[in-house]
Write a protein that binds this ligand. Structure first.
Ligand code: NZQ
Ligand code: ZN
Length: 389
């Protein structure tokens, strides 16, 4: 087990009715609030009115930034920075899914960025930065942005989508009832994203991190148990609550404690798909994951014991033939993703081979995947993309 640092400064208010804590969450930072949200779901579900009333009653002044896109754009970040500076904003309140929270994180840092080009702040983005305080109300279980310090911003002019170390939310209000209205497609995609955050650390070389691996396996089983329930019965509180807790822990770093970072190969490959085709992140991950697993298992036989552990501990498979166990586990995972109703091939998303080589080069920039569980070359990545067609 390698050394690790536990440092997550975010306070989470989890559960029904926690929105009532919003005024006390904002108050220490000041009265001038930038309310950031997406394309309107918070208005359709009534959350906007609830929040505006709380803010009004609490004597806050509100400036709004609406229309933050799924796969948030650098242009929205720039607009948010402008609004913050113009209105002397004290604190940002992000209400939405990962895209809104990520955009708000970039705005929070962008206010203090001294360069001319905000995209450079994202592109150079390692390490935490000076930032405005951020409070969020989560409405979609997926990315874990409510409990981590990263953000992912897109520059469609450059076909780039990059993750950066930005800032942690000071407070996240996580009420599972706000996810009752999430569509089946986004519910399934979000669940695939949660699972992928686990796979990226679980498939690693450190075999003695029992706590991390146990948390990882529990999250995988929990997500596969409750996603079908949420799809059948969108207002099932237990299902939505379990998915929301899994969302926060899966991407927090905790399931990777004691492990060397793998470079997150499926995320590296998926961000290229999103950067060129603006697809839903979790759908891209669900398509890539089983193909990546089959590829690395074939490329490097030393990967087998991890897959056997995955088969036994997550799918409760039994038998003496390790290869058969590993293949069966991957098949079951693929069948599970299919059963949630999301596309499972790139063709269904109208993606062909055209950009595979450029995407592969970029996914592996600075030899990012040289330390993956099974290191990947550019040609390997192209082969994985092809297997996804
Ligand atoms: O924009 P609105 O109208 O709010 O609608 C959104 C959006 O269309 C809708 N939605 C959200 N909550 C809803 C709802 N619809 C009905 N009821 C609700 N309660 O869902 C759609 C997708 O929202 P989005 O925020 O884009 O989804 P998600 O949370 O999956 O975020 C995806 C983004 O996060 C990045 C992804 O790459 C992508 O850009 N990631 C961020 C990470 C992080 N910060 O740590 C890690 C992840 O690996 C990921 O890369
Ligand atoms: Zn993800």
């Amino acid at each position: 087990m390698l050394n690790y640092v536990h440092s997550i400064p975010t306070k989470v208010f989890f559960g029904k009715g926690q929105i009532q804590r919003l005024p006390e969450a904002l108050a220490p930072f000041g009265k001038r609030v930038l309310l950031a949200y997406g394309g309107g779901s918070i208005k359709r579900v009534g959350l906007y009115d609830t929040i505006m009333k709380l803010l009004h009653d609490g004597g806050f002044t509100v400036t709004e930034l609406s229309g933050i896109e799924p796969n948030p754009r650098i242009e929205s970040v720039a607009e948010g920075v402008r609004l913050c500076k113009e209105n002397h904003i004290d604190v940002i309140l992000a209400v939405g899914g990962g895209s809104t929270i990520d955009c708000a994180k970039a705005i929070a840092c962008g206010v203090f960025y001294e360069g001319d080009d905000l995209w450079q702040m994202i592109a150079n983005g390692r390490g935490r930065k000076k930032a405005l305080p951020l409070v969020d109300v989560l409405t979609l279980s997926a990315t874990g942005s409510e409990f981590d310090g990263g953000g992912v911003i897109s520059n469609m002019k450059l076909n780039e989508k990059l993750g950066a170390g930005l800032t942690y939310p000071a407070v996240s209000i996580c009420d599972p009832t706000y996810t009752f209205t999430v569509s089946p497609y986004q519910t399934a995609a979000g669940s695939a994203d949660i699972m992928s955050h686990i796979f990226e650390g679980y498939f690693s070389r450190e075999d003695d991190c029992e706590l991390s691996d146990g948390i990882a396996e529990t999250i995988l089983k929990t997500v596969m148990k409750y996603t079908p329930v949420a799809l059948r019965d969108p207002e099932n509180y237990s299902a939505r609550a379990n998915l929301m807790s899994c969302s926060s822990v899966a991407c927090s770093g905790i399931p990777e404690y004691g492990k060397e970072s793998t470079g997150w190969p499926c995320h590296a490959m998926e961000h290229e798909l999103s950067a060129f085709y603006d697809i839903t992140h979790g759908v891209g991950l669900a398509i890539l994951t089983p193909r990546w697993m089959r590829f690395i298992l074939k490329k490097d036989p030393t990967a087998l014991p991890r897959f056997v552990r995955f088969a036994r501990n997550v799918f409760c498979l039994e038998g003496e033939d390790d290869q058969a166990l590993a293949q069966e586990a991957i098949d079951r995972l693929e069948a599970y993703f299919k059963s949630t109703g999301i596309p499972m091939t790139l063709k269904e998303l109208n993606i062909d081979e055209k950009h595979f080589e450029v995407m592969a080069d970029h996914a592996n920039r600075n030899d990012r995947l040289a330390h993956a569980f099974v290191p990947l070359t550019r040609d390997d990545i192209v082969e994985i993309y092809r297997a996804c067609l």
